[in-house]
Write a protein that binds this ligand. Sequence first.
Ligand SMILES: NC(=O)c1ccc[n+]([C@@H]2O[C@H](COP(=O)([O-])OP(=O)(O)OC[C@H]3O[C@@H](n4cnc5c(N)ncnc54)[C@H](OP(=O)(O)O)[C@@H]3O)[C@@H](O)[C@H]2O)c1
Length: 272
Amino acid sequence: MLLSLGVIGFGRMAQALLTPLIENGDFKPDSVLAVVGQQKSVEVALEDFPKELKVVASSDPIAKEVWTAPVQLLAIKPQQLNEIKLPTINTHSSGKPLLISLLAGITLRRLQESFPKHSCVRAVPNTPVLAKAGLTGLAWGKEVTMEQKTLVRNIFTPISEVFELPEKQLDAFLALTSSGPAYVALMIEALADGAVAAGLPRQRANYLANRTLAGTALLLNEQKIHPSELREMVASPGGTTIAALRHLEMAGVRSALIEAVVVAAERSRELA
Ligand SMILES: NC(=O)c1ccc[n+]([C@@H]2O[C@H](COP(=O)([O-])OP(=O)(O)OC[C@H]3O[C@@H](n4cnc5c(N)ncnc54)[C@H](OP(=O)(O)O)[C@@H]3O)[C@@H](O)[C@H]2O)c1
């Protein structure tokens, strides 16, 4: 089997990445081999992909061929890393294959120890990649070639905006962008609860809370308005917004958000 891409762990993240790459013709389905943990996941994974794409369970003898691909996407859960069996013989005659790791908290050093015959890159995408509106942080290992860098950028660009960072900034990047959708979801939920408490029907409140956040983010971004400027534009003297903002400040919402990001970055460093 002549492969262009091997995928180790074909779950939500790997599938979100692969969908546009197959649709755009960047990878031919018959040159991709994806490995999942269990046999029952094979059929589920194939539901949304062309039948030429090969998906096998890790116990299948074909699975070891994934290591012959020049580019390998590692998209298992970090705690499953020890289950991965690398081939003992070097199947690559020219150059080191590229390993793109999505594993949160697994450092380049640890990757290089586990995969000494690869060049490695860490990629930190966030969940909005599922809607092609993600952010991805990349930290390059020492031996990644220019050609491999271009290929990695092309893999993540269709679903996200890409940022190349020193590895030591990835924890802060992750604390904001990867954990961020959870903070935002909590805010949307709480704002909708407030609207229900104030008299709106639940479904409408959920929708409006969602659209308020999305619309505000779009406005700030498109018109390059600073958040404090927008806050001042909305809060008229003696009005409803300033009354609400006063309440938010008294409740310490601003410092709670600051501390949430700091604590998530600290936790990410601890886990690494
Ligand atoms: N979700 C996020 O927001 C996010 C953000 C950034 C990075 N990440 C990282 O992305 C990675 C994947 O996350 P995910 O949400 O896509 O996880 P997921 O949906 O649980 O996918 C994990 C995949 O790994 C497979 N797998 C398990 N054991 C395996 C083995 N021994 N060999 C080969 N495949 C095996 C699973 O197959 P079975 O289901 O059959 O066991 C499944 O296909 C994680 O490391 C995570 O840290 C996620």
